[in-house]
Structure formats: structure tokens, C-alpha cells
Design a protein around this ligand. Structure first.
Ligand code: PEP
Ligand code: MN
Length: 377
């Protein structure tokens, strides 16, 4: 199993803005800077309502198709800086190329973020990293649009190599052509694996771009808190309905504050002796069940191998689609009856079946070796 990757990291509390390493870090602001008033009003209202540590605004907007609002450009940096001064809060913008980096640095932007469409491209990431060589600025990196953890991790390694140690990840979901209730599927297992592979890297959830709509923001933000994320980034606009980008997912500063207030923050651990004792008992039970599970799976695999040898003797293919379809349907139904989800049953049988095929293939291969011919050019 892939192991931990060591990054040189500066904890949030030492970024120089008074952030905490234990309290969630909250980032809010409009999807795009549109006018001086919109930026100032939104940021001032956010600061008044409270619950925000960093102000965000998109200045250059990566849009899927041309002729949409593509951002107000550099003038927006001034508006955001003014809003930062007026509220006493640090500000962050998205940078997608070297020109953006230079302009943001020239204007004194406090924190940079790299968007999902940039993280997919190692050339762009490397160019941004090279432009930041020797600069002491925090960089937050969104996941790539595709569910590729290595690309995401590679971006942190590239920043680290040029000496950037104030790093954070932003999870904004993964695009998919499948219809779903999300604009970008969260695929929580990917940020969870990032937490395991890069343990001290702060990771912030961006429910706005995951949900793409207001009514599910709270549920996703709460889930992120329950999964021990280090913060939340949410888009907020003084008049969401009139927003020039991402209108359906932005909330007013007042609703932002209500949403943040409603989040239940749970501790990662407790010092309560009774709680710890009971938890240990339950975990012992899980450990025992896992041992049984392993024994059962091994037993199943041995039977699959027996079947493999039998198929080999009788010259029968490994896969019989009808049998596989029957297993998937029957096991799913049985699982649903026990209160398990169809998705879980499908995933479970897929991995089990994949391993059976692997075992049966290696049995077939020993015989296939005998028929191997050398193919010459
Ligand atoms: C954004 O934060 O406004 C943005 C463009 O996000 P993403 O890179 O996640 O699409
Ligand atoms: Mn947006």
C-alpha cells in the first residue's frame, strides 16, 4: 500500500494571519469580483456577520465555454485588497498562470489558490511553482477536475520543491458526465486518502462547487466537518440571483453566517475515560469481526480457485456473464434487506469478483504458458 509522503509544512497558526490549527478555517466571498461595490459590500457584510477568516474572489474566471463572464481582470485585485483593508482580513484569489501570479503578488494578495482546471496540468503547476521560487506566500490547491489523487499530490510536491511550505488542499469535487445531485461528485474517499498520504496538510472543503446549488451546501459542509476537514470555502454574494457566475450556488452573507453557525463541530478525540473505554471495547469487536471477514474471504477465494482449476480441466472460460449478473442482483437484494446500500453491495462484489478473476487467471496462465508462441516482427 502506498505510504506517506513527507512534505515540509508550516502549520496554519504560523501563516501569519492569526489562524488556529484546531478551529476550522473559514473562507468566503463572491465567485467573481464584479464591481467595486459588490466586492466591498459582500466582504463588509461577511465580516460584520462573522465566521470568516479569509476573503475570496475570482478575478480571472476559467469558464467552460467562451462568451460567459470571464472575470473582471486585474482591477478586481484592487477592490479585493480594499475590502481586505476595510475588514482587516487576508484575501485570496485564483491564479492560473504566471501573469496572474505576478499581478497578484504586485497587488499584495495574501494567499493564492490554484483552481481545479489548473491542477490537472503539471506544466501549468510547474510554471506557477517556478514563478513562486523564493516567495513566502501560502498556496491552496484545489483537486484536479478528474479523480486523480497523484496529480493533486504532485502539485503539492512541486510547490514544496520551490520552497513553498504554507500549503493547504481544497476539495471541490470531481466532474463526471453522470447525472447526480452534485455539480461535482465529492468522492470523499479521495480527500480521505490525501489525509492519509499527506498527514499534516490542512484540507478545506468547498461545498459551493461540489453542490452547484444552495439547498445542499449545509449537508456537505457538515459532512466535511464530521470527516475532520480543517475548514470550509463558500461563495457568497450580496445578491446571488444577479451574480454573473455561479448564481445558483452563492448565498447572501447573512445566509453564509447562518449556515456556518448551524454547523456542529465535533472533537477528534476525548479524554473522558468511560468514553475511551467503551470505544476500545467496540473497536475490539470490530477487530474480531475483521478477522472473521478475512477468514471467510480467504475461504471464498479458495473455492474460486477450485472452480478455476475445474474450468481449466473442462476448457471453460473464466467469466460467465449470466452468473455474474445473477450474483450482483441477488447479493444486492440480500444486502438491501439487511439495510446496506445497493452502491455498497455493488462495489463490494466488484472487488471480490475482481480478486476471484485474478486468482482464476493465474491458474489459467500456468496452462496458457504451455501454448505460448514467440511472435516475431
Ligand atoms: C472558483 O472557486 O470560483 C472556481 C473556479 O473553482 P474550481 O476551480 O473549483 O472550479
Ligand atoms: Mn465559482
Amino acid at each position: 500500500m502506498a505510504s506517506e509522503i513527507k512534505l515540509q509544512l508550516t502549520p496554519l497558526s504560523q501563516w501569519g494571519f492569526g489562524f488556529s490549527d484546531t478551529e476550522p478555517l473559514m473562507i468566503a466571498g463572491p465567485c467573481s469580483a464584479e464591481t467595486e461595490e459588490q466586492v466591498m459590500e459582500t466582504c463588509q457584510q461577511l465580516a460584520q456577520h462573522g465566521g470568516v477568516h479569509i476573503l475570496r474572489a475570482g478575478i480571472w474566471k476559467p469558464r467552460t465555454r467562451p462568451n460567459c463572464f470571464e472575470g473582471i481582470g486585474s482591477i478586481g485585485l484592487q477592490w479585493l485588497k480594499q475590502a481586505g483593508k476595510a475588514t482587516g482580513l487576508p484575501v485570496t484569489v485564483e491564479v492560473a498562470n504566471v501573469k496572474h501570479v505576478y499581478e497578484a503578488l504586485r497587488m499584495g494578495v495574501d494567499i493564492l489558490w490554484i483552481g481545479a482546471r489548473t491542477t490537472v496540468n503539471p506544466f501549468s503547476i510547474q510554471e506557477i511553482a517556478d514563478a513562486l521560487q523564493g516567495v513566502d506566500i501560502p498556496v491552496m490547491i484545489k483537486n484536479p477536475v478528474n479523480p486523480d489523487l497523484s496529480l493533486w499530490m504532485g502539485a503539492f510536491e512541486r510547490m514544496n520543491k520551490v520552497g513553498i511550505t504554507k500549503l493547504a488542499a481544497i476539495h471541490r469535487g470531481f466532474s463526471s458526465h453522470e447525472k447526480s445531485k452534485y455539480r461535482n461528485k465529492p468522492q470523499w474517499e479521495i480527500p480521505i486518502e490525501l489525509m492519509r498520504r499527506m498527514p499534516n496538510l490542512p484540507i478545506i472543503c468547498d461545498p459551493s462547487h461540489i453542490c452547484g446549488r444552495r439547498d445542499t451546501l449545509q449537508e456537505v459542509a457538515q459532512k466535511a466537518m464530521d470527516l475532520n476537514f480543517n475548514g470550509i470555502m463558500l461563495e457568497s454574494h450580496i445578491n446571488p440571483a444577479r451574480a454573473l457566475s455561479d448564481a445558483e450556488q452563492q448565498v447572501t452573507p447573512e445566509n453564509y453566517a447562518r449556515l456556518i453557525d448551524s454547523l456542529v463541530l465535533r472533537k477528534t478525540t476525548s479524554t473522558d475515560a468511560v468514553f475511551l473505554h467503551n470505544l476500545e471495547d467496540l473497536r475490539d469487536m470490530i477487530d474480531d469481526v475483521d478477522k472473521e471477514l478475512l477468514a471467510i474471504l480467504t475461504k471464498r477465494m479458495h473455492i474460486a480457485e477450485q472452480i478455476g482449476r475445474y474450468k481449466l480441466e473442462n476448457n471453460i472460460t473464466i467469466l460467465q456473464p449470466n452468473r455474474w449478473d445473477e450474483i450482483v442482483r441477488e447479493r444486492s437484494q440480500a444486502g438491501i434487506k439487511e439495510g446496506l446500500t445497493e452502491e455498497f453491495m455493488f462495489d463490494l462484489y466488484n472487488v471480490v469478483h475482481k480478486e476471484s478473476i485474478r486468482h482464476q487467471t493465474s491458474i489459467m496462465n500456468t496452462s496458457n504458458q504451455a501454448h505460448k508462441i514467440e511472435v516475431k516482427g
